[in-house]
Design a protein around this ligand. Structure first.
Ligand SMILES: Nc1ncnc2c1ncn2[C@@H]1O[C@H](COP(=O)(O)OP(=O)(O)OP(=O)(O)O)[C@@H](O)[C@H]1O
Length: 243
């Protein structure tokens, strides 16, 4: 199986702080991976570097076989718009655009035609069709996040990075969004890499990677929420930080 994302020896330092200390990992096509670790362990930094939103101090990032870190900033941005999808905790929908306009926006940013029929089809397949002419603030948090997932899917990216996608949601909405992310992998064949603090959210992934002090600190396949919580508590004890 090809790798959607490959990270080679990523290091990232901020002054005297080492946020990433030599992380190598591969995310195969069609997989759902959660990244967990105590606060300050480097999860967000890893996601930002892997997604080409930030540059590692050293090391290499490959997305769909292309070395992103070899690009200059302009080429990196262009590549990101075409090949990478994002889902953030705060939805990041534009408040003055309708749901449908938000969903097709990435195509316009990537310099492609805004394909409204594809946007509509996607919204229909995600059960959001009746909201397509609404503004984001007319939707619940869970519905907004599902729109954000639809938007991330539209360019058929090599990978979707999700940063705490359920952090602002109630339990039921969180479950719907996680089920959707799982469907994105199993039904749409996409690759999802998700940072989360929540062991229940992580249990929807096929594998969890743990970070501690900027290094990989193990992994768990077919994770249960209990097994994840236990591993996380142990990492917290080792590093002296609450998870
Ligand atoms: N822009 C920055 N400038 C300076 N230090 C930073 C910056 N971003 C992150 N760091 C530091 O790098 C380390 C890793 O931070 P990061 O945000 O990646 O951790 P995290 O695991 O995502 O934490 P949390 O779970 O609290 O969000 C921390 O020590 C943090 O203080």
């Amino acid at each position: 199986m090809a790798d959607a994302v490959r990270l080679e020896e990523l290091r990232k330092t901020y002054g005297t702080t080492t946020a990433l200390d030599g992380v190598s990992a591969a995310f195969a096509d069609g997989t759902f991976t959660a990244i967990m670790g105590p606060s300050g362990s480097g999860k967000s930094t890893l996601l930002q570097c892997a997604a080409g939103l930030d540059r590692p101090t050293s090391g290499r990032v490959f997305i769909g076989g292309t070395e992103v870190t070899a690009n200059n900033d302009t080429a990196m941005t262009k590549f990101r718009r075409q090949r990478v999808g994002f889902v953030f905790q705060e939805y990041n929908l534009l408040p003055s655009l309708t749901v449908e306009q938000n969903v097709v926006l990435p195509l316009r940013l990537a310099g492609r035609r805004a394909n409204h029929s594809r946007g509509r089809e996607l919204l229909r397949s995600l059960g959001l069709d009746k909201h397509r002419n609404n503004l984001p603030d007319q939707l619940s948090g869970g519905q907004r996040q599902r729109v954000a997932v639809a938007r991330a899917l539209l360019t058929e990216p090599a990978v979707i990075f999700a940063d705490e996608p359920t952090g602002a949601l109630d339990l039921r909405s969180a479950r719907e969004v996680l089920q959707l992310l799982r469907a994105v992998v199993h039904e749409h064949g996409r690759t999802v890499v998700m940072v989360t603090h929540d062991p229940v959210a992580a249990s929807y992934a096929g594998e969890v990677l743990f970070l501690a002090d900027g290094r990989l600190a193990g992994s768990l396949r077919a994770p249960t929420a209990d097994a994840v919580a236990e591993r996380l508590a142990h990492l917290g004890e080792l590093t002296g930080v609450a998870a």
